[in-house]
Every structure is written in structure tokens, then in C-alpha cells.
Design a protein around this ligand. Structure first.
Ligand code: ADP
Length: 521
């Protein structure tokens, strides 16, 4: 008789997840992907730190403590249980005030806390200890970015001979620019022996590099778009780890991020003054008028309004924008910008906002509601990224009928089809050269299309809004990746596991095979 089917058990370890704690795209992914995996009947559970800044009382305090071995002794952490909104996905919060009850997740803007290595060592080790304390042994452990990079290493080392050692590990790169680098002498903080400080694991040009160790230890690797998966295997985009990534190129899959289509839905978005859809865009016109008003700009439907939202860092190409914004503002356009980050950039955009009140408004800060209103009210959305692992804002823009103007890199290249003036095809405007001229020319191209080919703009809007960026497809790719990883680790699928969807076919194609089939949208 066939054994009863059982669900695949996946532990998702993350340093941030919407709506609990967010500094960037990882939070959005961590808040949405596990919910989509539940649709495939995966028993997925999230572990993250309990940060300051949200209502802890809404969480259930679990009995007992989790004992987390640290270099200085054993940390006794509390465990609280919550759920991702609109789902039954459990989120376990590791409660340890000394490390996480602070005003920022990683440190003040532009700076990291001195003890970040220790804090995220605690998260990585604590996530594994929490599983054991809960007596829940996952089949696959999915770690994300440098903050959880020690997870695959611990599974291969300190968990040796313990139940978690059977788990396959998947390590996802959301951004190669942040690798968790520390002084080589800090190796002791990880609790691992000095013998691991070698060039095949943690040592990288005389420093301790957490991401390098994860890239070596994880069963399989993924990153957040097919183009970025290729780019990071080349010098420059790999930020010094391209060699390691090339070595493991056959184990690296690019899976495009999805977006939370409930949270980002112009028909139901509670942050907007008016709802709209592809069928009825009158609400979008109302959103534009309201945004112009909020920005103190002339309320005029005929002027093209360009929106910008993002971290003000060099990654996002804000220096390029700063170098051509005054030229752009000499045309008949309006620009609104919301961002926080580098002091110099913050100061420049704030200053320009005060001298060009007629056409430009900046808000320096982090404001989720305003980000939604900009996505909805703008006609175009500008993303001149130097590199962009996936990028979410351009997908929000497309869904809100706001045409993205992007540098063709990473996920931007995978999601935005550049305008074809002859046929009117496309969903946005793309450029290649990372120069103020190229950006200004592309903004100018969009503005002239707005004035001269409104029919094309309308058609592009409709096309953009019809695209499907939900997690439906991509969560299937993750499920296959998990099964691949498990099979790689154990030589077979989990005992008693019955795939419940076509995607979870018992003989999933190899990562390399699927990489060549990666969808281009
Ligand atoms: P990254 O993760 O590199 O910052 P993404 O485009 O993947 O970039 O995700 C950024 C997310 O953070 C988006 O949801 C975006 O709306 C949000 N965001 C960035 N800056 C701000 C801000 N200043 N205020 C509100 N939301 C912001």
C-alpha cells in the first residue's frame, strides 16, 4: 500500500519580511514567496529576528527558550509565533533584545552596526536551533543573503551527525554587493574553527567573507533574475566573487521575483485616493492630480509626470540622475522623488527641490504609502540602476500603468520591453550606457513620445497592466529547485513525498537544463 503523502518541509530564513521589517526587496520576497509556496502545499515556515518597531503583543509567545551557542556562551532566545498576513504561514521570531531591539535593522543609514557579524551569526544558528526546539526537521533550508549565509555552513559542519544534516540547503543571492565582510580575525565569532578560514570557504583576499562560504557550502544557489544570474559570473557584477560563481555556475538558477499582487493592486490599494484598472483608467488620472497636489506641483493632466522611489545609493544610479536632472527639468516635465540613503544624495535632491519647486519635488525618507501613491500617480517611473538583481519597483510600475524608464541590467532587462517606435510595441523605455546623457536622452524620448504619440503611450499602458508578475509561476520554479536540492543531497525525493502539482514532477530537470529555459517576459 502506498504510504500517505506528506508535504515538503521548507525552512525559510530571512533577516527581513514584509510587513514586520523591511529595508528593501528581500522583505517583499520573504513576505510573499512563502505564501505562494503554500499554494503548492509546501509546509513552509519563516524564521526571522524580532526587531523593534512593530506590535509584539500581536504575536504568540511560545513556551521555553531556544539555546543558541555563541562564541561567548549560550544565548537563551525567546520564540514568538506570528503568521504572514492573509495566510497560515508560520513566522517564528527569535527574540533576543540585546541584538535586535534597536532602531535600525542593520545600522543607521550608510552604516552597519559594529556587531553585525555576531547578530547574524545568532540568527543563522538560532534558526537551526529553533527547528530542533520545535521538533520540526525541514527537508530544505532556504537562506537569503549574507545575513543568513552561515546557515548552509552550519548544516555541513556543526550539524554533522545531527538530524538537520540531512536537510538540503538553498542559498539565494538578492544582492552581490553586500557579502558580510569582516576582519579575518573575527572568525571565532562564527563559532567555527580557524581551519574554515581558508580560500575555499571564508577567506577572501585576507578578509572574512560570509557569502563566499555560503556559495561553497549550499547544495544549490539561486538569484533573483535570469540576467543577474549571468551577470554576476562576470568581473564587476560579481563584486569579487564572480570566480566562485563561475565554478558553481551549473548550480546557480536565476528565478525572477514575483510581486505581491494583493498589496500592489491599483483596484484595491488603500493608499490611493482613487482605484483604477486597465479597463477604467479614470482613477489613475485622479491619482496623478492628487500626487501633483501633494507635491505642490501644477495640477495638469497634460504634463508628463516622472516618479522615482528607491534607496539613494550608487547601486540605484542616483548619481547619474543627479547629473542630468537639471537638464531634464528644463523641459516641460514634472519629477517627484522619494528616497533615503547617501547623505550627499539626500542633500542634493532636497536642495534641488527647494530651488525648482515649479517642476521638482523630493521627499527624503521612507514612506510606504507615498511609494504607492507615486507608483499610481506618475506617468513614468525612472530606474537608472548601475546593477539591479531583480528590482521590484519597475514591476509595481507596470502593474500601475506607469511606464518604467530603466537601464537594461539584471531584472530590469528581464521585465521591461523597450518601446519600438515603428510598431508601438513595448512596455517601457530602456537604455544601456550608464551616463547622464543616456538617461536624459531616454527621459526625453519618453517625454516626446508622451506629447507626440499618445496612442502608443496608451497601448503600452494597457500592455504593461496586462502582464502577470504574480508569484504563481516563479514559486513553481522554487519548488523544483527545492526538490533538485533535496535529491542532490540525499539521492532521492523525500520519503513519502508526493508531488501535488505538475511542477513538482518526481524527476525535475536539472538546474542547468532549466536555466536555459528561464522565461523571458
Ligand atoms: P532594493 O531591494 O535593492 O532596495 P527593490 O526594487 O527590489 O530594491 O525593492 C525596493 C522596495 O523598497 C520597493 O518595495 C520600494 O517601493 C521600497 N522602497 C525603497 N525606498 C523606499 C522609500 N524611500 N520609501 C518607501 N518605500 C521604499
Amino acid at each position: 500500500m502506498a504510504k500517505p503523502a506528506r508535504r515538503l518541509k521548507v525552512l525559510y530564513v530571512t533577516s527581513e519580511a514584509t510587513p514586520f521589517a523591511k529595508t528593501g526587496g528581500l522583505a517583499d520576497v520573504a513576505g510573499a514567496l512563502p505564501r505562494a509556496l503554500r499554494e503548492h502545499d509546501v509546509d513552509v515556515r519563516v524564521v526571522m529576528p524580532l526587531y523593534a518597531g512593530f506590535d509584539w503583543n500581536a504575536l504568540q509567545k511560545l513556551e521555553g527558550t531556544v539555546r543558541v551557542p555563541m562564541w561567548w556562551g549560550v544565548a537563551r532566545a525567546g520564540l514568538r509565533l506570528g503568521h504572514l498576513p492573509r495566510s497560515d504561514v508560520p513566522v517564528y521570531f527569535l527574540e533576543y533584545h540585546r541584538y535586535f531591539d534597536r532602531p535600525f535593522l542593520y545600522g543607521p543609514p550608510g552604516d552597519g552596526y559594529q556587531d553585525n557579524l555576531e547578530r547574524f551569526t545568532f540568527l543563522s544558528r538560532g534558526a537551526l536551533e529553533a527547528c530542533k526546539a520545535l521538533n520540526w526537521i525541514p527537508d530544505v533550508i532556504h537562506a537569503n543573503d549574507w545575513q543568513t549565509a552561515l546557515v548552509p555552513v552550519y548544516v555541513n559542519t556543526v550539524e554533522w551527525t545531527k538530524p538537520l544534516h540531512g536537510a538540503a540547503t538553498v542559498f539565494s543571492i538578492h544582492n552581490m554587493a553586500y557579502q558580510g565582510v569582516a576582519d579575518g580575525n573575527a572568525m571565532f565569532v562564527t563559532g567555527l574553527g580557524r581551519e574554515h578560514y581558508n580560500s575555499s570557504e571564508f577567506e577572501h583576499f585576507g578578509t572574512l567573507n560570509l557569502m563566499k562560504a555560503a556559495l561553497r557550502h549550499a547544495t544549490l544557489l539561486s538569484t533573483v533574475s535570469p540576467t543577474y544570474a549571468q551577470e554576476i559570473q562576470a568581473p564587476g557584477f560579481g563584486h569579487g566573487l564572480d570566480g566562485v560563481l563561475r565554478e558553481r555556475g551549473g548550480d546557480l538558477l536565476g528565478i525572477l521575483n514575483g510581486i505581491d499582487t494583493d498589496e500592489w493592486n491599483p483596484a484595491t490599494d488603500p493608499y490611493l485616493p482613487a482605484a483604477f484598472s486597465a479597463e477604467d483608467l479614470s482613477g489613475k488620472a485622479a491619482c496623478k492630480a492628487a500626487l501633483q497636489q501633494e507635491a505642490g506641483l501644477r495640477v495638469d493632466p497634460t504634463i508628463p509626470l516622472f516618479g522615482v522611489v528607491g534607496r539613494l545609493t550608487s547601486q540605484k544610479g542616483f548619481d547619474i540622475l543627479a547629473n542630468c536632472l537639471e537638464r531634464i527639468l528644463s523641459w516641460d516635465v514634472q519629477v517627484v522623488l522619494l528616497g533615503t540613503g547617501d547623505r550627499e544624495a539626500e542633500h542634493f535632491f532636497w536642495w534641488l527641490s527647494s530651488v525648482r519647486r515649479d517642476r521638482f519635488r523630493s521627499w527624503i525618507g521612507f514612506d510606504n504609502g507615498l511609494a504607492h501613491r507615486i507608483e499610481a500617480g506618475a506617468d513614468f517611473f525612472v530606474m537608472p540602476s548601475r546593477f539591479e538583481p531583480c528590482g521590484l519597483n519597475q514591476m509595481y510600475s507596470l502593474r500601475y500603468g506607469t511606464l518604467p524608464i530603466v537601464r537594461a541590467t539584471g531584472g530590469l532587462a528581464d521585465t521591461v520591453h523597450s518601446y519600438q517606435p515603428e510598431s508601438g510595441e513595448g512596455t517601457g523605455f530602456a537604455f544601456h550606457d550608464l551616463t547622464p546623457d543616456a538617461l536624459a536622452n531616454t527621459v526625453g524620448w519618453a517625454a516626446s513620445t508622451w506629447y507626440q504619440r499618445p496612442d502608443h503611450i496608451q497601448a503600452m499602458r494597457q500592455r504593461a497592466m496586462a502582464e502577470d508578475f504574480s508569484w504563481r509561476h516563479e514559486s513553481e520554479s522554487y519548488l523544483q529547485l527545492y526538490l533538485d536540492a533535496y535529491r542532490r543531497r540525499r539521492g532521492h525525493l523525500p520519503e513519502g513525498y508526493r508531488p501535488s502539482t505538475a511542477a513538482a514532477s518526481p524527476v525535475p530537470p536539472s538546474v542547468a537544463q532549466r536555466r536555459s529555459r528561464a522565461r523571458k517576459r
